[in-house]
Each structure stands twice: as C-alpha cells, then as structure tokens.
Design a binder for this molecule. Structure first.
Ligand code: UDP
Ligand code: MN
Length: 337
C-alpha cells in the first residue's frame, strides 16, 4: 500500500534523545511549547488574478498573528508527493515538518483560505495535555451522526509525536490520486451518513478513521468549539461592524466575541469554477472585509485604521508622538517583546 516514507516506530524515543542533546529547544523565550504554523497553496498561480492577491493577504494575516504570538511559519508551494495533490498535499508536508523540526512541539495546519480575526487570542495549549490532535468539531456529529461535516480538517493542531505519525500512516493511503482516491470515495460515501460519492477527501477520511477505531484515534483527538480554530465565514462576516461596536478582541466568550478564525469554506477565488458553492465576488468581498477587520488590529499598533472594512485606504487615528514608548502601555495589542 501507499506510504509517505519509511516506517518510523520509535519517533518519541528519537525525539527524546534529540531534545536531551538540545535542552530547551522545544520552548519559546516565554517558556511555552514551540509551535510551527504550516500553510501553503498550489504551486501554480491562480486562474483568477485576484486569487493571487488574496493569497498574499491571507499570508500577511498569518505572519502578523504568528509574530505577535511567537509562532514560526512555514509556507509551502511545492507538491512534495505528486500523488497527494489538492487537499491531500498537507499530509506529506506535515510528516516532513514533524521529522525535520524535532524542536517543534505542535504543528498547526491552517488552510490558505482561513484568516485570523482575533489577533489577541492565545490558544490554550496547556489544556491539551491528554490530546494529540485538536480540531473544531462535535463528538455527536462525528460519532453518532457519522457526518463528514462533524469536524473541520482545514485547521488543526497535531502534536509532534509517534501517534501523529501513526495517524498519518493510516490516513494518507486513502488519498493517492486516481483509482485509489475514487475507490476510497465510495467507501467513505457508504460509511458516512451524508457524504455524496466523489473522490475521497482528507476530512471525510478522518471522520471515517475516528469511527473505525475510536479507542486508538478518538481517545487522543479533542473535538471542540470553544477555541474557534475554525469559524464558518457565512455566519461571521456580516457581523464584523457590530462586533467592533459592541465587543473587543480577546474578550472571551459571549455574544460579541470576535471570531478567532474566519474560514472561507466553499469559496474558490483562486481555482477554476466547477463545484463552487459561493459566487467568487461574494467570497472576495468578504475576504477583504475579514482581512481588514484583522488588519485594523495590527494597524492600531502603528496608529492607523482602515476607513471602512471594504477599503484598503487607511487614516491616522492618533498624532505622531515624541514619546512613542509611553504610548505603548495603552495599546490593546502590544508588539511582541
Ligand atoms: N493546498 C495546498 N496545495 C495545493 C492545494 C491546496 O497547499 O495544491 C492547501 C491550501 O492551503 C488549501 C488547503 O490545502 O487551503 C485545502 O485545500 P482545498 O482544495 O480544500 O482548498 P480550500 O477550499 O481550503 O481553499
Ligand atoms: Mn479551506
């Protein structure tokens, strides 16, 4: 069967030896576990030129968030395994990242079409001690309803450990393009309650694996909604002005909580038409709004704001100061020190 590389079964031991020889390498300066955010896009430029611009803005958004929270970023443009194109491209990439960066404790996969929209929010990694994978999702939808929409595989955290390698070892063989991908598409359509029959996708395959062996996989996968690793854009993008008026970033729960992530599921402004669920114009309009909503939080540091969420134009919100450092204490979001 398909394999991404030679079988590794003692990664935890290999990594422990490496960490023993590199004490402290897996911690940030603030003493938190080291996190690597991994994202990317297809090797060729987008069919729609606006798609390229959108990818650039989505990358800037991630760089901004990660700089503020001491997270490293890897942006991939290569197909590391030709059989694993499109959404399957993340699996060879994640395996490679884990094995090449033993210092990293957590790998954070984030789709190119997802934006951070609360720049202050910090993921509570300290709550995940008993888990190796964290996704936005619900137990009931995954295990009882067996719905392929019970979790979102566009954004997730995985621990750099043997368990994750083992998961990728059983996950990836459902993805190679061609006959295999079509074959598993049928398996998934049969096993899951609401999935049409088309070639296999990584998200359905994960739901399938969780149901197939809940003890082995499910016990280490935290499905939750509180962090907001994924937020469905349709529910969020019309509310940004209201959230700006009545809420603030980092305010925790509540009706006016700013969404941590806005994910443009079903939008394909980069690729060709086909199975687009939403009109490209609608997607691009709201991607710009989401970007500017987040960008305002960054620009605030520098004394600027967008004129509105629909324009790239900015204006000054405070005069330049001859005592710039004093001003820093009053900022909501402080530059990383
Ligand atoms: N992706 C990639 N290389 C590709 C195709 C996709 O790195 O050739 C990444 C990209 O980040 C994308 C994610 O995989 O957001 C999921 O792919 P999908 O086709 O579902 O795109 P989406 O609908 O998320 O834009
Ligand atoms: Mn996506």
């Amino acid at each position: 069967p398909f394999q991404l590389g030679p079988k590794i079964s003692n990664w935890d031991e290999q990594r422990a030896v490496w960490l023993h020889n590199h004490p402290g390498a897996n911690m940030t300066a603030a003493g938190k576990p080291k996190v690597l955010l991994v994202t990317g896009s297809q090797p060729k430029q987008c069919v729609n030129p606006m798609g390229n611009f959108q990818l650039l803005k989505a990358m800037k958004n991630k760089v901004d968030y990660c700089r503020l929270h001491d997270i490293e970023v890897y942006y991939n443009l290569a197909h590391l395994d030709l059989a694993m194109n499109s959404f399957w491209a993340k699996l060879p990439l994640l395996r490679k990242m884990m094995l090449t960066h033993p210092d990293v404790e957590w790998i954070w996969w984030m789709d190119s079409d997802a934006l951070f929209t609360d720049m202050t929010y910090e993921v509570p990694f300290e709550n995940f001690d008993n888990y190796n994978m964290i996704l936005n999702g619900r137990d009931d939808d995954v295990y009882n309803k067996k719905s392929w929409l019970g979790l979102n595989a566009g954004i997730f955290l995985v621990r750099n450990c043997q368990w994750t390698l083992d998961l990728i070892d059983v996950w990836a063989p459902m993805g190679p393009k061609g006959q295999v991908r079509y074959g598993f598409g049928k398996v998934l359509a049969e096993a899951l309650s609401d999935r049409p029959e088309y070639e296999s996708d990584d998200q359905s395959a994960l739901v399938y694996l969780l149901n197939k062996d809940r003890e082995r996989w499910g016990s280490k996968v935290m499905l939750e909604t509180a962090v907001g690793l994924h937020g469905y854009w349709v529910m969020l993008v019309e509310r940004y002005e209201e959230l700006m008026a009545k809420g603030k970033p980092g305010a925790g729960g509540g009706e006016y909580r700013w969404p941590f992530v806005t994910h443009f599921v079903g939008c394909k402004p980069c690729g060709k038409g086909g199975d687009e669920s939403y009109a490209v114009d609608r997607c691009l309009k709201h991607m710009e709004r989401a970007f500017n909503f987040a960008d305002n939080q960054i620009l605030e540091l520098y004394g600027f704001q967008h004129d509105s969420l629909s324009t790239e134009a900015v204006h000054r919100v405070r005069p330049e100061s001859s005592d710039p450092l004093e001003l820093m204490d009053q900022l909501k979001l402080k530059p990383k020190v």
